[in-house]
Design a protein around this ligand. Structure first.
Ligand SMILES: NC(=O)c1ccc[n+]([C@@H]2O[C@H](COP(=O)([O-])OP(=O)(O)OC[C@H]3O[C@@H](n4cnc5c(N)ncnc54)[C@H](OP(=O)(O)O)[C@@H]3O)[C@@H](O)[C@H]2O)c1
Length: 267
């Protein structure tokens, strides 16, 4: 794994949840990791644990990926490293609400972190991999990408961007030896997800995926792109909405989002 995807990997959003699980999985395979996140104490604690458990080198970069210039700074701070694996994980919504119930800056920050910065990460870290003829890029996306839905507008649209970006890069880079995977997640037990539930006053029912299992499965299937749907019986298959009309798919997605709220209201 190290020779195909190392010696360094970057996890954007790598201090907790799925991101830190990716970092542990990469470190266990002998890859040194760069962890990027905003809260420096959480980042440093994650780095210490990875060093202690796996004996690899870990570099931390405290950055807000929704800020202009973040990716240029990340590229500059890692310019001395050979990066063979990029995982762009940061991307969760912090509060589910109707489009007009969030302020414009909140929407724009999410678009910057989930679209502009993802594109920039691929554009800045992809070329050396393509030139070397080896490496991998994982863009973490969501089932919210499959169709629009009430209370999901900007988040779902950004995740659809990530899905299509990953699939397109897979198509372009597959002959150059660089693997690209659009990793579609369902509800997963991460600190962000728990914070969102608390902020919404919600307690979702149903099963949550385990971040460690998500990361292990993805690392085992880096070469099985363009798309990997965690938790699906057919992980390389298409949209779970199948042949539904777009209208019915959007209504089903909207019902799914409001069912979560109703289920918690009853508890
Ligand atoms: N959890 C789920 O149920 C679920 C479901 C479907 C898809 N997903 C997808 O899975 C990915 C991971 O989700 P998650 O639940 O673990 O939450 P997340 O908030 O996207 O990821 C957490 C990590 O990202 C960092 N982060 C978040 N915003 C950042 C920013 N602006 N700049 C730098 N770092 C940032 C966090 O550290 P700091 O807060 O310290 O910055 C933390 O290390 C996301 O792409 C999400 O869309 C998750």
């Amino acid at each position: 794994m190290d020779s195909a995807y190392g010696p360094w990997g970057i996890v954007a959003g790598g201090s907790d949840g799925v991101g830190v699980a990716f970092a542990h999985g990469m470190a266990a395979r002998g890859i040194n990791v760069v962890l990027v996140a905003r809260r420096v104490p959480v980042l440093e604690a994650a780095a210490d644990e990875i060093r202690a458990r796996h004996g690899v080198e870990v570099r931390t970069v405290g950055l807000d990926l929704s800020a202009a210039g973040a990716l240029a700074e990340l590229e500059q701070l890692t310019s001395d490293l050979e990066v063979g694996l990029l995982v762009y994980n940061a991307g969760a919504d912090t509060r589910s609400a109707a489009f007009l119930d969030k302020d414009l800056d909140t929407h724009l920050e999410l678009v910057h972190r989930n679209c502009t910065a993802v594109l920039e990460a691929a554009y800045r870290f992809g070329p050396p991999m393509v030139a070397r003829g080896r490496g991998a890029v994982v863009l973490v996306t969501s089932g919210a990408a499959w169709a629009g839905g009430a209370t999901l507008a900007t988040y779902g649209a950004s995740k659809a961007f990530d899905l299509i970006l990953a699939e397109s890069l897979w198509a372009e880079w597959r002959s150059s030896g660089v693997d690209v995977l659009g990793l579609v997640l369902g509800r997963t037990d991460t600190p962000s997800h728990r914070r969102m539930r608390e902020a919404d006053g919600e307690s979702y029912g149903g099963e949550l995926a385990d971040p460690g299992e998500v990361a292990e499965e993805a690392l085992a299937h880096l070469a099985d792109g363009p798309t990997w749907i965690h938790g699906s019986e057919n992980p390389t298959g298409g949209s779970p909405f199948g042949a539904l009309s777009r209208r019915d798919a959007v209504l089903a997605m909207s019902r799914g989002a409001s069912a979560n709220k109703e289920a918690s209201a009853k508890r």
